[in-house]
Design a protein around this ligand. Structure first.
Ligand SMILES: *[C@@H]1O[C@H](CO)[C@@H](O)[C@H](O)[C@H]1NC(C)=O
Length: 480
């Protein structure tokens, strides 16, 4: 059989299987609960748009109305009810599965990797437990991820004339924090161009040869200085060189297709800036509940997220990480002190975290961090280990042109949020997961089974555990 035929058969089988199983769970969720946590505002909003009434807007909703606008389209063809509104997300998750396959194929190269291995990994990413849960309810996460993945795929492939601009704006319309990741993609591209264009003959910061700036040879790429992965010192060399030549060289190296992509990404950023200016804040609606603060421990909680959902990768590298830690005793000490200061002075507890017993974060907080005075300090060794483990999984195939923009964007995406919500970690984790060292078959299977197990447990809790709130008629359930 031809390789491409086998690929499509595999893909169709995976999507069909995924949809069939998920549909059963989806129906069960529908029977179990008609209003799940934030759906209290989202569903009436969606129903209103679905019925063509655009004058109603619930101020409790803090995202842009992308999700609710899709319901207006649903309203043309289907009855406006909770089931149909939620169904959009289940369909979106099927598209996410296909996009993951496409992105992984691009990353690993279609001829170097067994197709079954790529499909299994895409399946794992689609059923990443918090993400998978929100694919069954009327939340923004799944649909917003769909547009972000499509945006990335288009940027990788330099495809679709003006599609990048359109999809980029739509992804912001689904969830305005997506702008951070769009900025990251742009930052990655620009830094890459900046570094590569500094590897030229006549760059005196790179080699001893000094040449006149006007000499023609100064513009030629010095292939002996080109590398696959650059480090921070290469960034410094690039900056020095470009400052000394007034940033004239990069323009000669930007290809037309790069320029096309960059202009579109910049346009998305500009339109967002206009929105910021008009709106006066990144949040719309209930601004009080989402005040911006500096909350650096969010980055540490993100490491815990990696520890749980990246467990197969943590274990696969366990011995090598341990060795790395023993080789860097001084850095370990320094990091522990820094993290100690951070958790001591910057641990912030949002009132929702203490009050809302429908989220797992509530239980983690009340049974560990909030219960024992020493807990925030006792977790420091775990953070340090996980940070080294993450570094270990990324270091061999990631360039500073990705890592630097990623870290800056991660800070903006997480460390300014007061409330700890597990779903905020989804996009940053997925981006990293796509950049880990190529996993072995064992790790791929472990990841899939691990996610299936976590989903089984959490859906079981969702279906069976009931929480009664005095001021709500409907039974409340525990979700991510
Ligand atoms: C969804 O659940 C509601 C309430 O239990 C039920 O009336 C409705 O028929 C369900 N929809 C579908 C399509 O199963």
């Amino acid at each position: 059989m031809k390789s491409s035929t086998r690929y499509y058969i595999l893909l169709i089988t995976a999507v069909t299987l995924y949809f069939a199983v998920s549909k059963v769970i989806f129906d069960r969720v529908n029977e179990t609960s008609q209003i799940i946590v934030d759906e209290l505002f989202h569903i009436p909003q969606g129903i209103s748009f679905c019925e063509g009434n655009f004058s109603y807007w619930d101020p409790k909703i803090t995202t842009l109305p992308g999700l609710h606008l899709t319901s207006a389209i649903v309203g043309y063809y289907f009855p406006c009810n909770t089931y149909n509104l939620r169904f959009v997300n289940l369909v979106a998750s099927c598209f996410n599965l296909m996009l993951f396959v496409s992105i992984l194929t691009f990353i690993y190269g279609s001829y170097n990797e067994r197709q079954i291995k790529i499909v299994l990994q895409a399946l794992s990413l689609t059923i990443l437990p918090p993400l998978y849960f929100f694919s069954h309810v009327y939340y923004t996460d799944t649909l917003s991820l769909l547009f972000l993945l499509a945006f990335s795929r288009l940027c990788f492939g330099h495809k679709g004339k003006w599609l990048i601009l359109l999809i980029g704006n739509l992804s912001v319309l689904m969830r305005q924090t997506n702008i951070v990741w769009i900025a990251m993609v742009l930052g990655h591209k620009l830094l890459d161009i900046l570094i590569r264009s500094s590897r030229v003959y006549g760059n005196r910061y790179l080699s001893k040869t000094v040449m006149s700036q006007r000499s023609i040879i100064a513009n030629d790429v010095d292939s002996s200085k080109l590398k696959r992965y650059y480090t921070i010192s290469d960034v410094i060399v690039a900056l020095k060189f470009h400052l000394s030549t007034c940033f004239k060289v990069p323009f000669k190296f930007i290809s037309l297709s790069d320029l096309y992509v960059i202009i579109q990404q910049l346009s998305v950023l500009v339109s967002f800036s206009i929105f910021l200016y008009v709106n006066g804040s990144i949040v719309i609606g209930d601004k009080k509940a989402h005040e911006a603060t500096i909350h650096i421990p969010q980055l540490l909680y993100f490491l815990l997220f990696y520890g749980v959902f990246g467990l197969p990768y943590v274990l696969a590298k366990f011995i090598s990480t341990t060795k790395l830690i023993f080789k860097n005793k001084f850095n370990v000490l320094l990091l522990s002190i820094i993290i100690g200061i951070v958790v001591h002075y910057n641990t912030i507890v949002h009132p929702y975290l203490l009050a809302d017993n429908r989220h797992y974060t509530f239980y983690i907080w009340n049974r560990w961090f909030g219960k024992y005075d020493y807990a925030i300090y006792a977790t420091i060794p775990v953070y340090v280990f996980l940070l080294f483990s993450l570094y270990d999984n990324l270091k061999d195939q990631n360039c500073i042109s990705f890592l630097l923009p990623y870290c800056i964007c991660l800070f903006f995406a997480l460390a300014l949020q007061k409330l700890v919500e597990i779903r905020y970690f989804l996009v940053p984790y997925i981006i990293l997961r796509l950049r880990f060292v190529r996993p072995s078959f064992k790790v791929v299977w472990f990841e899939l089974l691990w996610y299936i197990a976590i989903n089984l447990v959490t859906f079981y809790i969702f279906f069976t555990k009931e929480i009664r709130w005095d001021d709500f008629e409907e039974v409340q359930r525990i979700i991510w």
